[in-house]
Design a protein around this ligand. Sequence first.
Ligand code: NAP
Length: 496
Amino acid sequence: MSSLSAKYAPSGLAADLADPELLCQAAHVAGQLVASDTGEDIPVTDPATGETIGFIPALAPEQSRAAIDAAQQAFLPWSSLLPQERSAILRRWYDLIMDAREDLARIMVAEQGKPISEARGEIAYAASFVEFFAEEAKRPNIESVTSHLPDAEVEIWREPAGVAALITPWNFPSAMITRKAAAALAAGCTCLVHPSSETPFSATALAILAARAGIPAGAFNVVTGKAATIVEPWTSDTRVRVLSFTGSTEIGKLLYRQSADTVKRLVMELGGHAPFIVFSDADLDQAVEEAIKAKFATSGQDCLGANRFLIDRRIYQAFCDRFVEATAALSIGPGITDPDIGPLMNEKAVAKQVSHVEDAIAKGAKCLIGGKVDGQGPLFFQPTVLADVPANALIMAEETFGPVAALSPFDSEEEAIARANATEYGLIAYLHTMDPRRIYRASRQLQFGMVAVNRTKVTGAPIPFGGFKQSGMGREGARLGMEEFTEVKYVCRDWA
Ligand code: NAP
C-alpha cells in the first residue's frame, strides 16, 4: 500500500470546516490512510459550480484485495467482542457523527449539491441507523424452539456472516453507508465500503470518525476508485460473504450475476418508479403539499421520488392548478444557499430530464411549468410539471431521477391500481384518500415494498426499507436489516 502523500492532505473546502481533518482525500484500509499504488486520482467536483473540490485515489485491484485481507483479519476479533462492547463503540460513532453534523453536511453539499437543510437532515438520518443498530446489537440472537424430538434441546442462532461488501450511490452519500455498515458491524461483520466516486468525501469522513470511535483497524474500510476495478475482486473472492448494494437496477443485476460463482448473500436496494395516487375524496391541500415533497426532495434524485402522478379525473384540473402553483414557488440555487432545489449530480442526469420532457411532449403531453435547464448553470434543471402524459411516454416507464413530474388522470380505482402496478419497479407507492376501506384495499393490492398513505415521509431506522420485484431483495433498517448480515445456525443437543 502507498503511504499518504501531501497531495492527499485536507485542502480547500477544509478551511471552512470546524474540524479540517474531516475532509480526507484518501482511502481507509486496515486503519491506514491510503493513496493509489498507481498514482491515479479521480477529481471530485462541486455540481453547483463545476469546480474541483479535491481528489480521491483510484486504488488498484491489488489494493482492493488487500482490503479484503484487512477485513478478514479484523473479523474474528470484532465478532468475538461482547455485543455490549460493539454496541458501546457504535454508540460513540453515533455521538461523533452528531457532533460533526455541520461539517459533514458542508462536505456533502460541496460534493453532492443538495440543499444544506437536506444535508443536515441526512446526517441525522445517517446517524440514526448507527444509534438504532448500537441498541439492536444487544438484543438476543438466539431463539429457543419447542423441541420436536424427545430429550433434545433445539436452538436457532444468528451468527455474523463474515466480511461484507457495501456499495453505495451518490444521492445519499452518508445514510446509504450507515444503513448498511451499522447493521453489519452490529451483527459482528467487518466491512468493505465502495462509495460512489462522485461523493467519496462523506464516506472518508465517516471512516475518520469510525476510527476515533474505536472501530478497530480493518473493520470499516473505505476503498475508493473506479467501481468495476474495486468491486470485481470482491465479487470473485469467497471470503466476502455478503454483498449489499444500493444503486441502479442495471448495476444491481450485473453484481447479482458477478456474485453467482461465489454464492454470496445479497441485499439489493435498487431503483424506484413510485406512483402517487390521489383519489377524489383526498384532502387536496394535503395531497399537493405531500406531492411537492415526494417529487422535489433531493432535487428529485431520490429512489423514493414520485414519478407517476395518477389523479382521479374529477379533481384532476384542480390538482394540476394547485400543484403548478406550489411548484412555481420553489427556489433553485446552489445547495449552500439552502434553496428548495439544488443542482443535479451530473450531465447524464440533466440529459435524462431533457429526454423525458421532450419525449413526453412529442407524444402529446403539455408542459405546465419548467421544462428547461435553468440559467443558474448547466446542472440546474427547472422544477417541471407535465400534464396529460400518455402511457407510452418514457417517463411513465423509467425512473426520471430528477425534478420532472408526470401527471395523468384515471377514471376508476381498478384502473389506478392496475396502472400503478404495471411496472417492474416496486419500491414505494403513495396513496391519498380518506376512505378507510379503500386505504385497506389499495394497500393490499399495491405491489410495493412500502405504501405511504396520506403522507410522504415514512422512512427511519426502525422500518424495513426495500422493494418488491426489480426494486431489490432483502431489507435495510429494522431488525431485518441486521439479520441480512447473519447466517442461521440450527443446533440440536441431546439432553438425556
Ligand atoms: P449506480 O450507477 O448503479 O451506482 C451505484 C454504485 O455502484 C456506485 O458506488 C457506483 O460507483 C457503483 N458501480 C457503478 N458501476 C459499477 C460496476 N460496474 N461494478 C460495481 N459497482 C459499480 O447508481 P447511482 O447513479 O449512483 O444511483 C442512483 C440509483 O440508485 C437510482 O436508480 C436510485 O433509485 C438508486 N437508489 C436506490 C435506493 C434504495 O434504497 N432502493 C437508494 C438510493 C438510490 P461509481 O459511482 O464510483 O461509479
